[in-house]
Design a protein around this ligand. Sequence first.
Ligand SMILES: Cc1cc2nc3c(=O)[nH]c(=O)nc-3n(C[C@H](O)[C@H](O)[C@H](O)COP(=O)(O)OP(=O)(O)OC[C@H]3O[C@@H](n4cnc5c(N)ncnc54)[C@H](O)[C@@H]3O)c2cc1C
Length: 433
Amino acid sequence: MGTQAVEQETATATVPTRTGLLIIGASQSGVQLAVSLRALGFDEHITLLGDEDHRPYQRPALSKEFLQGTVESESLIFRSNDYWAGHNVDLVKGEYIVRIDKEADGSGVAHASSGREFPFKRLALTVGARARKLEIDGSGLDGVLYLRNADDALALKARVGDATDVVVIGGGFIGLEAASSLQKMGKNVTVLEFGPRLVGRAVGEETAEYFLQAHRSRGLDIRLNTSAARFTADDGGTRVAAVELQDGTVLPAQIVLIGIGVIPNTQLADQLGLAVDNGVVVDRFALASDGTTVAVGDVANMPNPVPGSEPGERIRLESVNNAIEHAKVAAYSLTGRREEYAGIPWFWSNQADLKLQIAGLCNGYDQTVVRNDRERGKFSVLYYRQGRIIAADCVNAPLDFMAVKNALAKGLNIPADAAADPGIQLKTITTDS
Ligand SMILES: Cc1cc2nc3c(=O)[nH]c(=O)nc-3n(C[C@H](O)[C@H](O)[C@H](O)COP(=O)(O)OP(=O)(O)OC[C@H]3O[C@@H](n4cnc5c(N)ncnc54)[C@H](O)[C@@H]3O)c2cc1C
């Protein structure tokens, strides 16, 4: 986090000969796993290890409040040093694990690039994901940036003051959040999206179109079906000065922010010989294919936890809610209990005054209902499969979000024909049929 928060960090406690559980990846999932284990009475020593030099912090603010400077970095830190010390958890920062030797009983030794070794009885992989890189001419220029972690955010913030023009590459959640933040900070922002619509993977067509129109009406220059051909440098030859598009258009840019998705960090799982398929393949109890290692959060490919989903359907989710819920499942596993994922996956994204909340997963939908209450600025899309509600995207419509989330959690339905009237409160038409 900010330099102040970093300087305050002093503890890299002594690591015992062999920790009870080594958690590799000290972020949302790793923190939750340690906290949940202690809540369940797991009394073995825990080592929570990560490669970043910061105490574990909340990432969502990096593209929003932290970028805009409206939140203190200290408030993003999950837990104090006192908490970790008081709960027999060693927080180890700045160590990158490059190799793991593991025995059949689940124990082993993790080797860091520094040469340090971390022996363990059990292992948890909460290594998350890394930004997908765009390799084109000029991608190594100063000012061509990504936004996955605190160092990325600090690098971006350090350049914002001098910049007038920003080009954001990628019209997904991170790109749109950062674009909205930078626009709010007075920058002239252009968003380039390679595909035919925004947020392609996560929402349906109606929501994508709503965001396109909403952002454009707020002054964001969004160009669909557009990609960058190269980045060109200023007179000094080192700093980015412009983005040249495939059609030859040149856009001035003192900052280029690339947000084209992430790649799960499966390197260690590969090295361990675990099953990997767009993430570490885990069962319903967050156990990897060796039956002893748990893998949690952005890195894990798990059975779709939504009740009623197709048998065998798998999913890798990138959200805070998933990291938390999945870590709880893993904590049960590590304490010898078998508890499945509880709750309905949900997600949020704040872009300017547009507060999106998504309940459920819209994969495989065959019908949508749009509730557009222009007067009150509320917009929701409800997704159905074979007449049953499976998900909803809700913009500035928290009551719709809550109604759908509750219905999904209780296995109830919200009939499509009645839901089409935006004047009707969804919770009043929820049924059990
Ligand atoms: C800018 C931004 C905004 C976001 N906004 C939202 C939002 O609004 N809503 C939402 O629900 N979600 C949001 N997310 C997503 C959310 O933050 C992630 O889903 C969540 O952080 C996943 O947690 P994780 O612990 O599984 O993985 P990560 O947060 O990726 O953490 C993994 C950690 O492991 C470390 N690591 C990796 N490999 C090694 C190794 N070999 N050795 C040591 N350490 C290693 C990484 O450096 C990292 O610190 C956002 C993410 C970003 C980047």
